[in-house]
Write a protein that binds this ligand. Structure first.
Ligand SMILES: [Zn+2]
Length: 325
């Protein structure tokens, strides 16, 4: 393989040549758009650190979902904001919760859109942790039933898929058993399998009002320094019945996405999180980067690393840009 016999530049001469040999092809069909459902009607409040992203009541969620479906994006993932928070996050499984009402409204509108729901307690608990707390400790096993109840309430409202993000041990199995017992054996689980304890979640906590009121999440989310442990987390979630597994965040963990892709023959998703979005938005706002170019490069990088699905706040822009070119 030596010059001058080999000249890689031959295949880079024109756009037609470059696109013919392109290894990674972005498509809107791999995008999942995250949305924040809040109580009430006619509510639409922009998240200050995430321009273009809103906390919205069910009526506005439906409107935006119509736009999302029209752009060829196949799925949304819903996060909920409760009316009241309490110690155990009981509103997470309320049939009248913001997420449950948003799901029903989307269903009623008969949109061609998969509805995935995030399953966690942190938006709903007064202390902001993802599980039940006792004496300052986040308890694992007592949390599982609450998560399973929340997942079941989403599915009863019409969710197509549930996505547990809490990082408690055994939650995927607990949810699977609960759904199966209720006759929902065909509803898939997208597990946040390798979710790291990351500084990139900052803006999300404003959006979901879910910052922990004491301590941090290091006792349940993964240490950013660990890669082999991610493979163990993925293996455990698959054993418990996960159908799709997710790595979160995406950009600082492209190696994890790649390792998971190499090791497991299941669909892999990656979450391009709020902090990754906010950095791009801030830099673009200041004219420091070309937003479209950078976002498409980020999406390409995440997909090239091995993710078939990308959860991203850029989804609508990406779909629009892909349509135009
Ligand atoms: Zn949580």
């Amino acid at each position: 393989m030596s010059f001058p016999l080999h000249r890689p530049r031959r295949l880079r001469r024109t756009e037609a040549l470059r696109s013919m040999v392109r290894e990674t092809r972005l498509a809107a069909t791999g995008l999942i758009y995250p949305m924040f459902a809040c109580p009430g009607t006619n509510v639409r409040a922009e998240v200050s650190s995430m321009p273009g992203i809103y906390q919205q009541s069910a009526d506005h969620i439906v409107e935006e979902c119509r736009e999302v479906a029209g752009l060829g994006i196949p799925a949304v993932i819903l996060f909920g904001l409760p009316e009241h928070k309490d110690e155990t996050g009981s509103e997470a499984s309320s049939a009248n919760g913001a997420v449950q009402r948003a799901i029903e409204a989307i269903r009623k509108a008969k949109l061609d859109l998969l509805v995935i729901t995030d399953v966690c307690l942190c938006e709903y608990t007064s202390h902001g942790h993802c599980g039940v707390v006792k004496d300052g400790e986040v308890l694992n096993d007592p949390t599982l039933a609450h998560l399973a109840d929340a997942a079941l309430s989403h599915v009863r409202a019409g969710a197509d898929m549930v996505a547990p993000s809490d990082m408690m041990d055994g939650r995927v199995g607990a949810i699977r058993r609960k759904l199966d017992a209720a006759g929902f054996q065909d509803v898939a689980i997208l597990a946040y399998a390798a979710k790291y304890c990351s500084g990139f979640y900052g803006p999300f906590r404003e959006a979901a009002q879910s910052a922990p009121q004491f301590g941090d999440r290091r006792s349940y989310q993964m240490d950013p320094a660990n890669a082999r442990e991610a493979l163990k987390e993925v293996a455990l979630d698959l054993e418990e019945g996960a159908d799709i597994i997710m790595v979160k965040p995406a950009l600082p963990y492209l190696d994890i996405i790649h390792r998971v892709r190499e090791r497991f023959d299941v669909p892999v998703a990656a979450y391009n999180v709020s902090g990754e979005y906010a950095m791009v938005k801030a830099a673009a706002h200041n004219g420091w980067i070309d937003e479209k170019r950078v976002v498409l490069e980020i999406m390409t990088g995440i997909q090239r690393a091995g993710a078939e699905m990308i959860l991203t706040y850029h989804a609508k822009d990406v779909a629009r840009w892909l349509k135009a070119c």
